[in-house]
Write a protein that binds this ligand. Structure first.
Ligand SMILES: [Zn+2]
Ligand SMILES: [Zn+2]
Ligand SMILES: [Zn+2]
Ligand SMILES: [Zn+2]
Length: 252
């Protein structure tokens, strides 16, 4: 049986089964007490869900005057990035792509660098997103409301994220901590392995002759777990809402 998605508000530490409603109260209260900018800025409160894995949920505070590229980058950092694949937003029957490509109708799509968030989205608008057209991860998004608060407006703030779901080991009832890359694309359940069953996985592996320990990668809290070369977010706390300093520059 699927457990219900649970999550904690990263602003106040509280739990709520109606996180969207909670955040509409909590965000203005938090930033009036802990402003990270001297001015008010306009943001959208946005919920993001895995289309085929709805237990993965993010609540984000997204500055409206930034370009869609900022939201794309954030989703890649937290949930998606493996090999710099193409991605697109679909908003009111229009495609906005990460790089210049022809859209579904054969016309050049606008790129995310050109499109300002507040120009194409507004409260109550539902839209979608695809990362990687070969092995796609599809997301459903919704603008819950518009909020004006004293928060830094050069980044997306992560307000709440689902607790890591329980993934059962294929061979026993323990919690899986690893997954086998050889099995993951064909059968994610079979790919899941706990610490104790690592050696025993060879017996059930879909490609036992190819199996090696370094083909096991950590289980991740992401709808892209087990897809392509995805191996987890690099720095999950980088975008933490409490951080008032600039995000640390990429080490690469
Ligand atoms: Zn809260
Ligand atoms: Zn990839
Ligand atoms: Zn096990
Ligand atoms: Zn395997």
């Amino acid at each position: 049986m699927k457990k219900q998605t649970t999550m904690v508000c990263r602003l106040c530490g509280g739990r709520s089964s109606q996180m969207g409603r909670h955040l509409q109260q909590c965000v203005p209260k938090y930033f009036s007490e802990h402003p990270s900018s001297s001015e008010n800025h306009t943001f959208y409160l946005i919920r993001v869900k895995g289309r085929y894995a709805p237990e993965y949920v993010l609540y984000l505070l997204v500055p409206v005057q930034q370009k869609l590229r900022l939201l794309d980058r954030f989703l890649r950092d937290v949930w998606l990035e493996c090999c710099d694949h193409l991605s697109s937003f679909y908003i009111n029957n229009r495609e906005v792509a990460s790089r210049s490509v022809d859209d579904f109708w054969g016309k050049p799509a606008k790129t995310m660098k050109q499109v300002e968030i507040g120009k194409v989205l507004s409260p109550k608008v539902k839209f979608s997103y695809i990362y990687d057209f070969g092995s796609p991860t599809e997301l459903d998004l919704e603008v819950i409301s518009e909020l004006r608060v004293s928060a830094i407006a050069d980044r997306v703030h992560l307000l709440a994220r689902n607790d890591p779901p329980f993934n059962k080991c294929y061979l026993c009832d323990e919690e899986a901590t690893q997954l086998c890359l050889l099995c993951a694309q064909a059968n994610l359940e079979q790919a899941l392995v706990c610490e104790r069953c690592i050696q025993a996985h060879r017996d059930v592996c879909l490609e036992p002759d190819e199996f090696e320990l370094d083909l096991l990668i950590p289980v991740t809290n992401s709808p892209r777990m087990g897809v392509c070369a995805y191996s987890g977010d690099k720095d999950p706390d980088r975008q933490s809402v409490g951080a008032t300093t600039e995000p640390s520059p990429d080490s690469s």
